[in-house]
Write a protein that binds this ligand. Sequence first.
Ligand code: PNS
Length: 167
Amino acid sequence: MQHPLKGCAVYAGSFDPITFGHLNLINRAARLFNNVVIGVGENPKKNYLFDLEKRVAMVEAQLGGLENVRVQPFHGLLISFAEEVGAQVIVRGLRASTDFDYEFQMGLVNMDLRSEIETLFLLSSPEHIFISSSTVKEIAYFGGELSRYVPEDVAAALKEAFPHPGT
Ligand code: PNS
């Protein structure tokens, strides 16, 4: 398959857990770039439901036939990780204007730190626009239906983390 953009892109996140929204962006980034590295971040300031190993394993399990995509955990700054793996571009997904302030600030800081690495925003596809790892965890916490938002094995891991006897 011909990729319109040569080189390597990083798509990073916490993936706590991975959702269909993330998977949509991963597939689209994999169509655009020769190589995509998915960076699974470990930030000591964040409280994760799943540990780093589990988050990496859940992402890896969803990659199926994507031969130009690999998964790598990272600590520290996203821009340093992008540099370390030789990426020219950081791909970020934008859902709504609520994402914009955070993304704008992070993009500008990253530009200031390493101006040669570009941030590229891909719009979330409309059917995934309201999905986030946080809302998925909240649905799981209250025992709601998860199949529209996350793959089957992720739903199983969420149900194990938030058991609801009888469901
Ligand atoms: O979209 P997410 O899940 O919040 O992803 C967050 C991630 C991993 C991209 C973010 O936590 C991160 O990059 N952390 C590293 C610190 C960093 O580089 N911050 C931006 C510059 S201040």
